[in-house]
Design a protein around this ligand. Structure first.
Ligand code: ATP
Ligand code: MG
Length: 405
């Protein structure tokens, strides 16, 4: 009997399925996350059955909404809207007749809506007790379709409609599409990190990539108000808003770096301004990370992209903190980074031209091969501890919630 009471979606979890003993834990986290992104939709259920997750919704829930939201849950490999057929207690022959009849219905729909002329059926028998083997299931269902839809022919190479049949315990499923999602690991399965979030292209992509591996994020943003504008801050919040669609709610610590920048400009060599500011950014971030249970720092740095990201500069920046610094973009090309930014929807916002605190007091000729001893010597002219303390004390915290678009 066909399930006409609700819509059914099959959700596949790729890498999660490989996790051996931890598999139930990862699957549980994934189900939890799926429920969370759908929680405002009434009558939704999500449960795992033998390695797959089944999402069920009322009939009037728009399919695009489910595909879009579940498609952004890390750990989900692909999703298929499916027809569910209850075959409990049926003989194999009767079960296949039921599935065949449904396959005909579906194909008649495709003929009408898309004018298809060719098709192919692929079958899987997840229930090994079912007495008919997969290739034979495919052949039988194919035969039902040929009989029920006279205009159709089989094309095993380039079918206009490819129908999948999956026979499981008590239920059979038919679906056409496998909509690919991002894969990765469910949020919350890999600790928490603090991302240094600017308004640029790179750091939102770095955030996405770390969250994609299951890491929960918190963010710190530096500004130089009034040199940087309120609008620049709005842009960062807008970027964070897009990120929350993947990461869930984001806490942003926002910190005015101007007092520190002024001290640096007054007391240190001009060509070292950038690297000195970057070291302060890291140190403040480290303090915030430790106060908020973050195990590592994350930046959008990329080898050689700008003066502050030469190998030498990265070494000197790195030496400012003891927490591990993750730089997921380190070896990517700009075009690759931009492609990801476009895919996740941050690109258009990132390229809006607003000033960043890094561009305030930009030296004319920044040192590209800084030496740590020299930088430490310059820093010794500042009361670093007090400056960091004051910066952290003046932080403002904003919480950004996922805004379903
Ligand atoms: P992005 O595109 O992420 O701004 P970028 O190419 O402009 O990076 P930089 O400005 O040198 O490069 O910054 C390198 C990294 O330092 C950024 O990816 C980000 O992680 C961090 N960062 C830079 N500016 C800020 C800021 N205002 N607030 C927080 N973090 C920042
Ligand atoms: Mg930047």
């Amino acid at each position: 009997m066909v399930n006409n009471r609700e819509k059914v979606y099959i959700v596949r979890c790729g890498e999660v399925a490989l996790k051996g003993q931890n598999k139930p834990y990862f699957e549980r986290m994934l189900v939890q996350r799926i429920k969370k992104v759908l929680k405002d939709i009434e009558g939704i259920t999500a449960e795992r059955v033998d390695g797959l997750i089944f999402v069920r919704t009322p009939l009037d829930t728009p399919q695009e909404e489910i595909l879009k939201r579940v498609g952004r849950v890390f750990g989900v490999d692909s999703i298929s809207p499916a027809t569910e057929i209850d075959i409990t207690g049926l003989t194999a022959e009767d079960a296949l007749a039921e599935v065949g009849a449904q396959a005909v219905e579906i194909m008649l729909g495709f003929i009408e809506s898309r004018g298809i002329k060719t098709f192919k059926v692929e079958a899987r028998r997840a229930d090994k007790n079912f007495p008919v083997e997969s290739p034979q299931i495919a052949r039988k269902i194919g035969a039902y379709v040929l009989k029920g839809c006279k205009v159709l022919k089989v094309d095993v190479h380039e079918p206009q409609a490819l129908l999948f049949v999956n026979i499981r315990r008590n239920f059979a499923y038919i679906y056409e599409q496998k909509i690919l999602a991002f894969g990765g690991l469910p949020l919350g399965t890999n600790g928490k990190g603090l991302v240094l979030l600017s308004g640029g292209i790179d750091s939102p992509v770095a955030s996405f990539l770390m969250a994609h591996r299951g890491m929960v994020l918190e963010a710190v943003h530096y500004h130089s108000y009034p040199y940087t504008s309120e609008r620049a801050w709005e842009k960062v919040k807008e970027l964070a808003g897009i990120l929350t669609l993947y990461t869930g709610r984001l806490r942003i610590h926002s910190i005015n770096l101007l007092p520190i920048q002024e001290q640096i400009v007054q007391n240190c060599p001009e060509d070292e301004t950038t690297i000195l500011v970057r070291r302060f950014m890291m140190k403040i971030a480290e303090r915030i990370a430790k106060d908020n249970g973050c195990m590592m720092l994350i930046t959008g740095e990329n080898l050689g992209q700008v003066a502050s990201q030469t190998a030498e500069a990265l070494v000197v920046t790195d030496a400012s903190v003891s927490l591990p610094v993750m730089r997921p973009l380190i070896a990517m090309d700009k075009t690759q980074i931009m492609d990801i930014a476009r895919e996740i929807g941050t690109f258009e916002t990132s390229i809006q031209p607003y000033e960043d605190c890094c561009t305030v007091f930009l030296p004319k000729h920044p040192v590209t091969k800084p030496r740590l001893e020299k930088i430490l010597e310059s820093e010794s002219r500042l009361d670093c501890e007090a400056l960091i303390e004051a910066a952290v004390a003046s932080e403002e915290i904003s919480i950004i919630y996922p805004s379903e678009d």
